[in-house]
Design a protein around this ligand. Structure first.
Ligand code: GDP
Ligand code: MG
Length: 735
């Protein structure tokens, strides 16, 4: 028996070290400071089985790097004082995170016992831990305790004393840190060992790790010992750091941390933890999951649920959409009658009402869709979708956690790429993250929904729900294939393993559903009232000015007079003042007015841009008016509908007109189902809107990726559109 055994209590802050320390030492303790720093040092002595034990309560730390004074103090104490046993206090209710520190003790090769504290808390949360299995996998003793009540403490110190008596030194555990780092470590080891660089104090491998982690304290010590070898080692580190930076945009520290967590996860996933909630809620959830996430049944159920969502949304919202459309038509007509002709009337009707009305008209669809999504989300089903999609995602070089950004961006239709891009923050691997944020804008966000609905309603009205569903499938396919493409070209690299929680199923509450639906719908309405209103008026101005040159206005006026004059002649001398025009005259006037408005639009700023683009866009069947809308859509996709509305209503003259844009498009000779499909594809896949682009730049940390996404998407979308148009027309589907 040794005269006195020394132990150190280590652990994360709040793991219960002080509680244990106080229980052990009672009044027999001494509080001072560690030499040179203000960190408190508590020491005490107690007896267990007649053996004196000296115990030191180390400062709480999450890691053993040299980033904070606490970490440094804890590490120095263990290395310099060499306690017989380190007791690592681990919070059982937060095992994965707490084991990170223990993992580093293992790498350091110190004799250790894990005190699995707070098992009462873990139990109340339904977490059950198989301590024997954990001990076997980690290779160190694990003793469950409750520091607050003292339960398990005797057993803990029986084990501690047994460990202290062991003669053979503890071997450091070897972890892998990925092929790049492992290779470098293999080159560093002989240099360290042959020159005995700090090897009396630390294991050689651990020194190599500290060099890679850029640990100032160890580097300084090494320099003092042997500056030359230190320099050689640093060169090796620099080479691999540069390589990791270039290939994965990460630092070695991050790779090392990832692998430590990977080691812990792989241990915990081998049946060490079972989470079981009290009551039968999770039990039922488990049973549901057996079916719902089944390999074969799962995807079938998922497809059926999503298809039901589309049917629900598009069947039940039509009446509301139609009545809103007539409502805006009534307002237009009323203002038309009240205001005198002129720029003000034109601005209010063609700019504001057609623009904002076009967007607001879709509120019912958006609302129904959001309601359906809220049901899926609140019930817990959406997490299962992510879980099932992970298998597919891995194949395409993405991660299970990429599913949420995709869904937020409109993966089920109706979302927004801006929060979607921000949601990629949960992804740890930089490459998977960039691949995700570059591809989420392909989803059918809430702003694209109105355009899709408009075009599908105008040209494929017989199968609206089916086409919407197909467009969502197409969005996913394009996003995943592009992700794969990026991951085998510019973003090549390994995929990280998937971990995601499956919360228990819950019955959604009506209150929750209403709040979720309304929050999202209101955001959409607010945008229509502000940003969209501004852009609509700006685009209206660009489409109205500078107007027709003087000469042409005079010409049109002359022609108009001629038509009126012809009526006077026919009706003889008695026809003076107000006259009833014949049907032919009316239609001749209509055509003339239409031609004038068209000529004015062509001459406008926006018209000139649209016409200039026509030389390219005609390959995809887009006319210049569509081009105007597509350019406007870069500011915000919502604007596409309103701009099309303005472009087509400017050329419209029937006095009793209340034709909706949908009817105008399907009647227009420039449009047919093939053109509509080409435009649809282009809108779904071309450059993300301006706000998203800014967001991508911010999240990816460089404008490079933002410009890449604009260019890549637009070129891709245009090729798709051309292919659809050319093939469709060649097959004679243009009608
Ligand atoms: P330290 O930061 O590691 O020193 O942690 P403390 O000893 O200060 O403990 C943090 C908190 O956890 C305190 O409120 C303790 O009362 C509580 N605590 C410690 N051990 C246990 C335990 O086994 N069970 C429960 N329920 N609470 C504990
Ligand atoms: Mg404490």
């Amino acid at each position: 028996m040794k005269t006195s055994v020394t132990i150190a209590l280590a652990g994360n802050p709040n793991a219960g070290k002080t509680t244990l320390f106080n229980r052990l030492t009672g009044a027999r303790r001494h509080v001072g400071n560690y030499p040179g720093v203000t960190v408190e040092k508590k020491e005490g002595i107690f007896t267990h089985n007649n053996q004196d034990i000296r115990v030191t309560d180390l400062p709480g730390t999450y890691s053993l790097t040299a980033y904070s004074v606490e970490e440094l103090v804890a590490r120095e104490f263990i290395v310099n004082e060499q306690p017989d046993v380190v007791v690592d206090i681990v919070d059982a209710s937060n095992l994965e995170r707490n084991l990170y520190l223990g993992c580093q003790f293992l790498e350091l090769g110190v004799p250790m016992v894990i005190a699995l504290n707070m098992v009462d808390v873990a139990e109340s949360r339904g977490i059950e831990i198989n301590t024997e299995k954990l001990a076997a996998l980690l290779g160190v003793p694990v003793v469950p305790i409750i520091a607050r009540s003292g339960k398990g403490i005797d057993e803990l110190f029986d084990v501690v004393l047994k460990t202290a008596e062991q003669e053979k030194p503890t071997q450091p555990v070897l972890l892998r840190y990925g092929s790049d780092l492992d290779q470098t470590i293999r080159k560093m080891l002989p240099l360290i060992q042959e020159n005995k660089l700090l090897t009396e104090q630390y294991p050689a491998r651990w020194i190599a790790l500290k060099f890679l982690e850029d640990d100032e304290q160890i580097l300084e010590k090494a320099r003092q010992k042997n500056a030359e070898v230190t320099q050689l080692l640093l060169q090796l580190c620099e080479t691999v750091t540069a390589h990791l930076q270039q290939t994965m945009d990460v630092y070695p520290e991050a790779v090392i941390a990832d692998h430590r967590y990977g080691y812990i996860k792989s241990i915990l996933h081998q049946g060490v933890i079972t989470e079981k909630f009290v009551g039968d809620r999770l039990y039922t959830s488990d049973k549901i999951d057996k079916i719902v996430t089944h390999r074969v049944l799962g995807p079938v159920i998922m497809a059926a649920i999503l298809y039901a969502l589309y049917t629900f949304t598009f069947t039940y919202s039509t009446t509301l959409v139609d009545s809103l459309a007539s409502f805006f038509a009534v307002i237009s007509n009323t203002i038309d009658g009240l205001l005198p002709d002129g720029p003000l009337k034109s601005m209010i009707i063609s700019g504001a009402i057609d623009g904002v009305g076009g967007v607001l008209g879709f509120v019912p669809i958006i609302m129904f869709m959001f309601f359906g999504i809220a049901v899926l989300e609140d019930s817990g089903y959406l997490a299962r979708v992510a879980f099932m999609m992970d298998r597919i995602f891995h194949f395409f070089g993405l991660h299970g956690s990429s599913v949420m950004p995709f869904i937020v961006s409109g993966g089920i239709a109706g979302g927004c790429a801006v929060p979607g891009v921000m949601a990629t923050r949960t992804l740890r691997s930089p490459k998977e993250r960039i691949a995700t944020l570059l591809t989420v804008p392909f989803m059918n966000c809430g702003a694209k929904l109105p355009v899709l609905t408009l075009l599908i309603g105008a040209f494929f009205s017989a199968h609206q729900a089916r086409y919407m569903f197909l467009s969502t499938v197409a969005a996913w396919l394009v996003a995943l294939i592009s992700a794969k493409f990026l991951r085998i070209t510019v973003l090549r690299g390994e995929s990280t393993p998937f971990v995601m929680e499956l919360p228990p199923y819950r019955f959604p509450t009506i209150r929750g559903l209403v709040i979720h639906t309304w929050e999202r719908t209101w955001q959409y309405i607010k945008k229509a009232g502000t940003v969209i209103l501004g852009i609509s008026i700006l685009l209206w101005a660009m489409m109205t000015y500078p107007g027709l040159p003087e000469v042409q206005t005079v010409q049109f006026e002359q022609q108009r007079q001629e038509i009126l004059a012809s009526s006077n002649q026919e009706q003889g001398a008695e026809a003076t003042g107000s006259i009833d025009l014949t049907e032919e005259q009316n239609s001749a006037l209509g055509i003339l007015n239409n031609q004038e408005a068209q000529a004015a639009l062509r001459n406008s700023f926006a018209g000139r841009i649209g016409i200039a683009l026509e030389s390219v866009s005609r390959f995809a069947g887009f006319d210049w008016r569509t081009n105007i809308a597509l350019v406007g859509g870069f500011a915000a996709k919502e604007v596409i509908v309103s701009t099309l509305g303005t472009a087509y209503s400017l050329g419209d003259v029937d006095p009793n007109n209340s034709l909706s844009l949908k009817d105008r498009l399907s009647a227009d000779p420039n449009w047919n189902p093939v053109v509509a499909l080409a435009v649809l594809a282009f809108i779904m896949f071309y450059a993300p809107c301006f706000v998203t682009v800014v967001c991508i730049a911010r999240e990816a940390g460089s404008w490079k990726w933002a410009f890449f996404s604009m260019g890549f998407n637009t070129i891709f979308a245009f090729i798709m559109a051309i292919a659809i148009y050319q093939i469709g027309m060649a097959l004679g589907l243009g009608g």
